[in-house]
Write a protein that binds this ligand. Structure first.
Ligand code: ZN
Length: 275
């Protein structure tokens, strides 16, 4: 935040070199894993084949497996954006804006991360991030305008939708799968509609070439859209289709780890309802 109260817009972080030898066609989008190893494992098991992983931040915080999830995320690579919980857990931002549950989890995470994982999390780039591997797209944790801003409503999404030149923005932070689009004079939000509450399912969104999109793959490790299943998305860059996924995971094991770690119990119970 600048002294006059306007949010500080950070310059874009540019990955200059392609991570791959050829253009990646299928990009796995993961966000808000929040140290939930069981949910991450389930997403990786459910994901169709992919060429590249994009991680939109909040790798840690809330869940009880920060080292396992950080190590797995590092191995998966290669494109990252930092989240506010990654900053909080590594001391890059004060905990003033965090509620007691979130700050307790951030301090617990800080005291349990290995030095190597802590340093790595600290080094994650801020958004927006661009990469030659996904032309025409940018990657952010919160908003393209402010990395910590929530894009929950259409009103909040309007400014980035109407001012950003790039046709595609992938974001996280809200833990709500879906997003927003602008097409000519039409602007609206959308959410994938699933048929079950407990099965692995996929919903496709075919991107229109003339439209602009803000797309959230959902939260792997702490969904808040009323669906307890772990969320992720796969972007087919050639077909221009986003495949939203939900997959059940070993909820009880993730909860038991949180109870055993003596983290606030609500962090475990909320996982059952996706709230
Ligand atoms: Zn988050």
């Amino acid at each position: 935040m600048l002294p006059d109260g306007t949010p500080e817009t950070l310059p874009t972080t540019v990955y200059n070199h392609s991570a791959l030898s050829g253009a990646p066609l299928r990009i796995l989008l993961l966000s808000d894993i929040h140290a939930n190893l069981e949910a991450l494992d389930a997403c990786l098991a459910a994901a169709p084949s992919f060429d590249l992983v994009v991680n939109l931040g909040d790798i840690v915080g809330y869940g009880a497996s920060p080292n396992e999830v950080t190590t797995r995320s590092r191995e998966l690579g290669r494109i990252f954006v930092r989240g506010n919980h990654d900053k909080a857990a590594t001391g890059l931002m004060p905990l003033d804006d965090f509620n007691p549950m979130a700050s307790t989890a951030a301090l617990w995470t800080r005291s349990h991360l290995t030095g190597e994982n802590l340093d790595w999390l600290k080094s994650l780039p801020h958004g927006p991030v661009t990469t030659p591997d996904i032309p025409g797209a940018q990657l952010v944790h919160g908003s393209p305008i402010d990395e910590d801003e929530y894009l929950l409503s259409l009103g909040e999404a309007l400014a980035p939708l109407l001012t950003i030149d790039l046709p595609l923005t992938f974001f996280g932070h809200t833990h709500m799968q879906g997003g927003f689009f602008a097409n000519g004079g039409a602007v609206d939000g959308f959410r994938p509609e699933y048929r079950t509450v407990g099965q692995a399912e996929t919903v496709e969104l075919k991107l229109k070439p003339e439209a602009r999109y803000l797309i959230n793959p959902g939260s792997v490790g702490q969904p808040r859209d009323g669906d307890w299943r772990a969320a992720f998305a796969l972007f087919d860059n050639e077909a221009r289709v986003v495949h939203f996924h939900r997959t059940p995971y070993n909820l009880k094991s993730a909860q038991d780890r949180i109870f055993s770690a003596k983290l606030p119990s609500r962090l475990a119970t909320r996982l059952a309802t996706g709230q």
